[in-house]
Ligand binder design. Structure first.
Ligand code: 5GP
Ligand code: ZN
Length: 137
């Protein structure tokens, strides 16, 4: 993708502080981090959404999340971390090349995730349960 900033990083056309690279995935530091050590994992294919990542690449992607979250925690002495994936404009995705954020967290940091809570009507939770299970098959 010609104008994709992450594709340019993959091709080496713009610099990035890379921490992991394989045939399928790349991880590098976010240029404008929420906390220092904030890392992004991206597929090397230009997929816009997580949903486009093929099943067979899921194992490496999953294992990489676990390994990198641990490494980021150890490297930054963080007390915890958030994994965040903004998928779609409506969800706050700004760079339209799928990416997972690993955000180290500290007692002293000044950001938080706040969302409003909604409620299920009587019997509604089961409908959602059944529908999600149906689509999983
Ligand atoms: P989004 O809001 O799409 O989930 O997050 C995009 C992230 O990409 C942001 O946290 C932003 O700081 C990061 N980012 C945008 N452009 C660049 C860049 O050129 N290099 C790096 N390393 N990170 C970038
Ligand atoms: Zn791209």
């Amino acid at each position: 993708m010609e104008n994709c900033i992450f594709c340019k990083i993959i091709k080496g056309e713009i610099p990035a502080a890379k921490v992991y690279e394989s045939d399928k995935f790349l991880a590098f530091l976010d240029i404008s981090p929420c906390n220092k050590g904030h890392t992004l994992i991206i597929p090397k294919e230009h997929y816009v959404s997580l949903n486009e990542i093929p099943n067979e690449d899921g194992k490496e992607f999953g294992e990489l999340q676990i390994k990198l979250a641990k490494s980021v925690m150890e490297a930054t002495n963080a007390g915890g971390f958030n994994l965040l994936l903004n998928d779609g404009k409506v969800a706050g995705q700004e760079v339209m090349h799928a990416h997972l954020h690993i955000q180290p967290r500290f007692n002293t940091d000044e950001f938080s995730y706040k969302w409003t809570h909604t409620k299920y009507e009587e019997g509604e939770i089961q409908k959602f349960q059944d529908k999600i299970k149906e689509f999983l098959q």
